[in-house]
Each structure stands twice: as structure tokens, then as C-alpha cells.
Design a binder for this molecule. Sequence first.
Ligand code: C5P
Length: 238
Amino acid sequence: PATAAVIPAAGRGVRLGPGTPKALRSLSGTPMLIHAVRAMAASRAVSLVVVVAPADGVDEVKSLLDDHLASAGGTELLVVPGGDTRQESVRAGIEALPPGVGTVLVHDAARPLVPVDTVDAVVEALRAGAPAVVPALPLADTVKEVEPGAPGAAEPVVATPVRSRLRAVQTPQGFDRAVLQRAHAAVALSGEGATDDAGMVEQLGHPVVVVPGHEEAFKVTRPLDLVLAEAVLARRRV
Ligand code: C5P
């Protein structure tokens, strides 16, 4: 069965500062979303990329793809409108998948520089039989759980998880299609949110495995991340 990539790109990117939706901002002259689509299309396993655009930006995204991706190496491209939350946007992408797709990668447009080896490692683990796979890295910082208080106020520490057992999760996250669809249906019913798709699969009781992520798969969230992303691209060019 075929592998498709769903790219949620409908976020406003508020933490990055005012301006166009985050996925459409440019990194060394090319919109972040285009980098992300290329990263997925670079994997030989991926035969379809579904881009989930801001609801009022579907036509803009379609013409961006036409302008920048005259050829996506034979990879088929689809654009669908997204929702108010990442979860709704991913769901819109899943609903657009054609029948022949058996495995799905969900990849944030905000992680434009993920290397193809990381994408392929996720696909390999799916092929080896895992129903859900996430790339992740050990943490540099120690993490504290706190009792959240008012912004800026001192917050009491509740717990300090053992750092060596923690992993920071990236994308693309890979799934058996039926498992991902069930997870999205179940979480929509329960009304609870989830910060990633694998978390929803865990809630259903399915096993999720971690494969090594990559430093360059970081999420562009804050202004400093743009500086880092430009530096990574400059280093790739030499
Ligand atoms: O906001 P955050 O960085 O967690 O967003 C992760 C990804 O989810 C981004 O690629 C963003 O465009 C996407 N997203 C979306 N629809 C939303 C919110 C976020 O597709 N409503």
C-alpha cells in the first residue's frame, strides 16, 4: 500500500511575530512550506503529499506549489483547507486521502529542514510492523513539572522527571492509516486535545515507538529559530 504525507500548514504562527501565516514565510527566499513539501517528496516511499492550507489561503498555497514545484519528482500534490486547531487540520488532511493509502506521515510545515534520512527511518519502522512511529531526541535541558500560575509569577515545582528517560518529539510521525483514523475519531468524540498525533494513538492503547530524530528537524516557532534555519541552509549550500 502507498504512503502519503499530510502537512498541516494552517497555523497563524503567532509566536513568530506578526505577519503572514508561518508556513508561508520565507527561508532564504523559499516559503517554509515548500521546504517541508520537498523534504517529504524527497523520500522515495512518499507518493502523495496533502498540504492543509489556511482556510482562506487554499488558492494562494496552490499557486505557491505550482510556482516552486514544477516537478515534485513524480509525487502527487493535493491542497485542502484546514481548521482552527492543528488536530482539526490533520483530520482534514486524513479525510482527503484516497483509498490506496495504507500508511501516513504527518509532518509539520514548521519543520522545514528535516533530512530525508529521518523521514526514511520513520517509514522503515512502519514497514517493520510498528503501528505508530515518532522521531525524537534526548533533551539537553532538565525538565520540571510545575503548578502553572499567573504569567510571570513564581510557580511551585511538582516533579522533576529523570531526564535520561525523556525524549523531545519531532515530525514526521508515521502511522498505520486505520490506527490514525481511529485515534482522530476517538479524540474528537472525547473532546480532549492532544499536542501530537502519536499522543492520541497512545490514548487508544496502541503501542508507539521512537526512532532517532535529527537536530535539523527542529520546529521553527520563535524568531531565533529563523536565524538557526537560515544558518542550516547556508551550511548546506557550501
Ligand atoms: O503552532 P504549532 O507550531 O504547534 O503548529 C504546528 C503545525 O501545525 C504547523 O505546521 C502549523 O501550520 C500547523 N497548524 C495547522 N492548523 C492549525 C494550527 C497549526 O495546520 N489550526
